[in-house]
Design a protein around this ligand. Structure first.
Ligand code: ZN
Length: 204
């Protein structure tokens, strides 16, 4: 089975991808992980410059991971329709295709609430969420360090990210509309996971 998982920031898609990968014995391929460990000079330079990676470069890295894998769940890719087309073509040449795309639907307000509730320890970098995983003591990490709100987690920045996500990703969802499995991402982690498993089992 070849799956894609797509969802806005803070939709919990990384967590779900991991659980699905384990349950269905799929390789979890996360572009976040790939780029954190990347060894490719051209890509590293781009990342360091803060510029957006060209689609060709992103796909080069993803392709290496996909290789000849029969079963995988791709998390964080494709991010736009051009990338989706590159992926489709690559699979087509191998007489293969994406089976389903799992879409975690979360409202803008929920995303904003989840993301602006994030706090990071100044000392050790541990992250908390005031709603879902609060710190042991107000504004204090378990290590004793002070908790701060990162620039990235401030409301204005988050709103911009959500807007960009919608604009770029909606066409990807439309592109795969016949393979779409949409799940209410506002539910708890376990409920979302159960729903996905149920829907996937019903498909086959
Ligand atoms: Zn700490």
């Amino acid at each position: 089975m070849k799956l894609l998982i797509i969802g806005p920031p803070a939709s919990g898609k990384g967590t779900q991808a991991e659980k699905i990968a384990e349950n269905f014995e799929l390789e979890h391929i996360s572009t976040g992980d790939i780029f954190r460990k990347i060894n490719d000079e051209e890509i590293s330079q781009h990342l360091a410059s803060g510029k957006l990676l060209p689609d060709e470069l992103v796909f080069k890295a993803v392709k290496e991971k996909l290789d000849e894998k029969e079963n995988f769940i791709l998390d964080g890719y494709p991010r736009n329709v051009n990338q989706a087309k590159m992926l489709d073509k690559f699979l087509e040449e191998r007489n293969s295709k994406i089976d389903y795309i799992i879409y975690l639907k979360v409202s803008e307000e929920t995303i904003i609430k989840r993301m602006t509730s994030r706090r990071t320890c100044k000392e050790c970098g541990k992250t908390y969420n005031l709603i879902t995983s609060p710190p042991p003591e107000e504004n204090k990490c378990e290590c004793g360090g002070k908790l701060i709100q990162r620039e990235d987690d401030k409301e204005e920045v988050v709103r911009d990210r959500v807007k960009i996500f919608k604009k770029i990703t909606q066409p990807v969802i439309d592109h795969y509309i016949n393979k779409l499995i949409a799940v209410d991402g506002e539910l708890s982690i376990d409920e979302v996971y159960e729903k996905i498993v149920e829907l996937l089992n019903n498909q086959s």
